[in-house]
Design a protein around this ligand. Structure first.
Ligand code: PMP
Length: 394
């Protein structure tokens, strides 16, 4: 039977990682994969995570199954982190998932169960895995304009115009903060305008929030999500702890479904548990438990926030350095958008042949759509990248 399988398209980012590995040039620079790296190029375990893991090792006396929706303490802690007091807790159904990817997958499945004809509106561009999973599930996708290649910012008028064509029963997928792959984000009044369109059309928002704390701060990065969640009757939120807790491989995420009455909440809660059961049964617990311990312990929480803030400021500083260096070398402000972007990524807006030239001529690796991981830079490589960008004619 296996001969019937068809080769699947290779994941472009993983293929890029392999090419980087095979490149013998010592001066090569990896701006590809979406993992935070400190200026030494390492992705260390965060201090609070290590401390919580040590405590867990000492005190955990069983590894028996938890619940199908994971530990309710984890749900409570993460709902609090993402939503604050924006939404009545009694209206939020939640289930732990394997990472933010798992949360997105379960959210799409929930939508499909509720309405197999639902269309999902996605930003152009969006995280490629959104498209890949939606296509795998056979769901209809509608693109809405998002990135303005000219300005490096959001094409807000285009976005609103496209979202107006959504109908009741459609889903609008939004990035809560730190848009991947562009780095361009909505300000709060733009979020409000999106809320108005959602209310007018009756479309259901789904917010993917995978970088809370990487942009303008933990509270600031959740502001758009909180505004939407508190303004519309139904909302889905897929949250990831991979980046802000640095626990990528522990697969820690939460899917939240907000509705308007306790009966709908119960139905959502039961459906989320059912969907987990069908796909993987019990969600992973280790990362979720570590996150819960950190969020519930004042000292650990304070230390985690401090380290996360260092990470955020390091990336912000690199953005500014790169924008300044390009300004200095090119004598123009056309790269100023790099300092305005937030999160780990920026889309440079370069054509694929330029991205290839950066790789072949300079050993600089970024994704083909010119998305670069800002955290792949440091004080030494910023000037090298700036020079190379101008060298290849971007
Ligand atoms: N959503 C977006 C937009 C992302 O960039 C990512 C990570 N690349 C995720 C979700 C999910 O990440 P994970 O499954 O590792 O938590």
């Amino acid at each position: 039977m296996f001969e019937n399988l068809k080769a699947q398209p290779a994941d472009k980012i993983l293929a890029l990682m392999q090419m980087y590995k095979n490149d013998p040039r010592p001066s090569k620079i990896d701006l590809g994969v979406g993992v935070y790296k400190n200026p030494q190029g390492l992705t260390p375990v965060m201090r609070a995570v290590k401390a919580a893991e040590q405590e867990l090792w000492k005190t955990q006396d069983t590894k028996t199954y938890v619940g199908l929706a994971g530990d309710p303490g984890f749900s409570d802690a993460l709902i609090d982190l993402v939503l604050g007091d924006a939404v009545d807790r009694d209206l939020v159904a939640a289930a732990a998932t394997p990472g933010g990817t798992g949360a997105c997958r379960q959210a799409f499945e929930l939508v499909r169960m509720a309405d197999k004809d639902a269309r999902v509106f996605v930003s152009d561009p969006t995280w490629p895995n959104h498209l890949s999973i939606l296509s795998y599930l056979g769901m209809q996708v509608v693109n809405y304009r998002y990135f303005d290649d000219e300005t490096g910012g959001v094409d807000f008028d285009g976005m609103i115009e496209d979202l107006k064509s959504a109908k009741s029963g459609d889903v609008v997928l939004l990035h809560g903060c730190c848009h991947n792959p562009t780095g361009a984000n909505l300000n709060l009044s733009e979020w409000q305008a999106v809320v108005d369109v959602l209310r007018d059309t009756g479309a259901v928002p789904m917010i993917d929030i995978a970088y809370q704390g990487f942009g303008d701060g933990l509270e600031e990065d959740a502001a758009g999500t909180r505004l939407v969640a508190s303004s519309v009757p139904e909302c889905l939120i897929a949250a990831s702890c991979s980046k802000n807790f640095g626990i990528y491989r522990e697969r820690t995420g939460l899917l939240m479904a907000i509705s308007q009455d306790p009966d709908a909440r119960k139905l959502n809660q039961d459906t989320l548990a059912f969907l987990n059961r069908q796909n993987f049964s019990f969600p992973p617990d280790h990362g979720a438990r570590v996150v819960t311990m950190i969020l519930q312990d004042e000292a650990l929480r304070t230390d985690w926030k401090a380290e996360l803030e260092d990470v955020r400021l390091t990336m912000l500083d690199l953005r500014q350095q790169l924008a300044d260096e390009l300004q200095k070398l090119s004598g123009s402000d056309r790269f100023g958008f790099l300092a305005q972007h937030r999160g780990m990524f920026s889309r440079l807006g370069a054509a694929p042949d330029k991205v290839e030239a950066l790789r072949t001529e300079h050993g600089i690796y970024m994704v083909g759509d010119s998305r670069m991981n800002i955290a792949g830079l440091n004080g030494e490589t910023v000037p090298i990248l700036a020079k190379a960008i101008l060298d290849v004619g971007i």
